[in-house]
Design a binder for this molecule. Sequence first.
Ligand code: ATP
Ligand code: MG
Length: 549
Amino acid sequence: MTENTNETTNFIKHIVKEDLAKEKHDQIITRFPPEPNGYLHIGHAKSIVLNFELAKEFNGKINLRFDDTNPLKEDQEFVDSIKEDIEWLGYEWTNLHFASNYFDEMYNQAVLLIKKGLAYVEDLSQEEIREYRGTLTEPGKESDSRSRSVEENLDLFEKMKNGEFANGEKVLRAKINMASPNINLRDPVIYRISHATHHNTGDTWCIYPMYSFAHPLEDAIEGVTHSICTLEFQDQRPLYDWVVENSEVEATPRQIEFARLNLTNTVLSKRKLKQLVDENLVDGWDDPRMPTISGLRRRGFTAESIKTFCREIGVAKADNLVDVRMLEHFIREDLKLKAPRTMSVLDPIKVVITNYPEGEVEWLDADVNPENPEMGMRKIPFSREIYIERNDFMEDPPKKYFRLFPGNEVRLKHAYFIKCNDVIKDEEGNVVELHCTYDPETKSGSGFTGRKVKGTLHFVEATNAVAAEFRLYNSLIEDEREGNDFLDFVNPNSLEITKGFVEPNMAEAKANDKFQFFRHGYFNVDPKHSTEDLLVFNRIVELKSSFKL
Ligand code: ATP
Ligand code: MG
């Protein structure tokens, strides 16, 4: 594969290679099976990268399959967003499937199991079923329904299908072994009644297959060879195999489990992410603080940085926790040579250069990206009035403060040395303006060596400045907090909004354009909140991190 520069192997590739060497399959088929009950998150990206790149590397096929067997939680909005996110990541599926299109086939398979004496209709309530199930140390108890005749089971199951029972009144169970040491094999429920409208099949069905029955059948129907899932499903594998073995299907897909992605300071559960959205704690599923693919995209992460991250964290068999700063590392790496550098003032204070001619503007030369000279040069204005960062000035600084203070001289990036002479305050004593003088001899690029200054500040010329809003993010979730519910870990200060200025050449910036702002980090033009009149920038990451790979 050309795209994947990381040639590391993993245990799943190893299995695939072996299976192909033994000629178990002509071609492998993998699948990515999201349930359309939420937007995809970075954990899903790990599974997407794994499944799509496996299929590609071994010239196989990959199905995108919506696992839409639960009518209550699923929605077309989620179906659409999932497709969009996978395409944005740069992947193409071979076939698109909906598990709900297999409802007829699944029903027929359930009938076949009944006919074989391997499934029965249960009268016990959900709670009673749980009581009868036993524990890890005690075997389960067989219910009276277990000994029903095949005829009676067929009749009752058909009545379930025809809507003759209320939700929860009956279920269909696989007849396996109530004394199995694996609780999943103690006659698991495989069909339940739910009088609900389904986003795809409407009101055709009022019984729906359970995940552990539906999933192996979906895989088998599609001829999936390697069904890759996360470790929680390990204990379900014997049931997966039981379903494949006892149903009348041709293929024998193999379930392989790998460790799910866990990230520090991040929740990766659609249920919890949905709660954040539903309770308006964030600005939708694509809020730039969300670990969703759409949130990361709006924040400014590139598809390439997400994919590189997913490849680099590897595929293991044991659960682990990845530092979220590793993801940030890869976006810095990706943007370092690509993003134009520019100056922005996030919290401005005005500086008047008192010895600069009034009404005059000069255009200075600045490189677009000193690490990538091919990106060329840009022009930035300079005049009598400029903005600098409010926190680049102190009236009464401590020792070793090298930025601006009364009597001190600093360098303005790409421009001149300036010296602060006067501090203008309002009636309440707030600093509102600084009066400085510049030295024309010190122009950047002129080769001036007369004297040195220790501080370099960025600035934006005032009369040509473009107004902008900056959205600075902190972790939405803070692991360090105390609490029981995950909402206790939500950081109330995860978003800080400031208003300031950017260089005039930014006026043409478009949604999702990415820049490196001198000293402030990487920023993305927010596609949702930017308007004709106001650019809104999301900070993707700061420039530096204490994190080392
Ligand atoms: P969630 O717990 O967020 O709802 P899920 O597993 O229920 O996730 P699905 O839509 O069923 O969500 O997942 C689709 C695929 O993505 C599954 O194969 C699942 O194993 C995988 N997946 C989900 N979360 C992660 C994760 N954190 N790391 C790796 N793979 C994941
Ligand atoms: Mg799920």
